[in-house]
Design a protein around this ligand. Structure first.
Ligand code: ADP
Ligand code: NI
Length: 217
């Protein structure tokens, strides 16, 4: 298959696989991440084909929906790319990106090995913050039956992936455990620039949320 054919077939495959998701990991998340990642990649001079392919496949079998198994994603991506007869170096690169991309807790480093990996990770993280990020967090919380907020449960800064995986706290805590930390972990100049505005919006949102919660408005 030509690179264009691989991208077209992969987009169709991903769209079918993620159809019906209501946790913020639906096709439109993938489409936004692809757009964000390509925007960053153009500025960084990264390989656009690898970036787009990894962005399309990055949540094909996320550990959050596979009993915490973080090998499910790279495995599903590999199986798909073998079916596409993609070359082995490309498969290895895309699977390595998918295996290392995810946030794993406040105290856990998630550095990417390649420029394309940094572009896809920043693209994914941009979609976790700002107005869309807020919507996704509450969709995820509702999907998994989490409380919206509980003043008796404090946020935790997880020091291991195992501890982060087991978390089950209210959605507001997720802002302190992950979302507000992302702007300082962006890996590219474009990522940092775009994250700044979205971060500020989340800060404003939380100020308003607590003002309303506490009856100060
Ligand atoms: P990552 O691979 O870095 O986890 P994803 O693309 O899988 O990124 O999306 C993660 C998103 O899922 C979060 O940004 C958030 O919107 C949602 N999410 C994950 N865990 C929680 C949680 N505990 N509470 C609320 N939302 C969550
Ligand atoms: Ni994602």
């Amino acid at each position: 298959m030509t690179p264009t054919d691989i991208l077209t077939a992969t987009a169709t495959h991903v769209r079918e696989t993620l159809a019906g998701d209501s946790s913020g990991h639906d096709w439109w998340h993938i489409d936004r991440v692809r757009r964000n990642a390509l925007l960053v990649a153009r500025e960084e001079g990264a390989n656009l084909f690898v970036t787009e392919l990894a962005a399309l496949l990055h949540d094909i079998a996320d550990w959050k929906f596979h009993g915490g198994d973080d090998t499910a994603g790279p495995r599903a991506a590999r199986e798909w790319l073998v079916r596409c007869e993609a070359d082995l170096a490309l498969i290895k690169h895309v699977c390595e990106i998918i295996a290392t991309l995810s946030f794993k807790g406040a105290g856990v480093a998630t550095e990417m090995q390649t420029l394309e990996g940094r572009c896809v990770q920043d693209g994914d993280r941009l979609d976790a913050i700002g107005a869309v990020g807020i919507a996704r967090a509450f969709a995820f919380g509702g999907h998994f039956g989490r409380a919206m907020y509980d003043p008796d449960v404090s946020p935790e800064l997880h020091q291991s992936f195992a501890a982060y995986k087991q978390k089950g706290g209210p959605t507001i805590n997720h802002f302190y455990e992950k979302l507000l930390l992302l702007k300082d972990r962006m890996q590219t100049a474009a990522g940092r620039r775009l994250a700044a505005e979205r971060h500020q919006f989340m800060e404003q949102y939380l100020t308003q949320f607590f003002a309303e919660w506490n009856g100060n408005t």
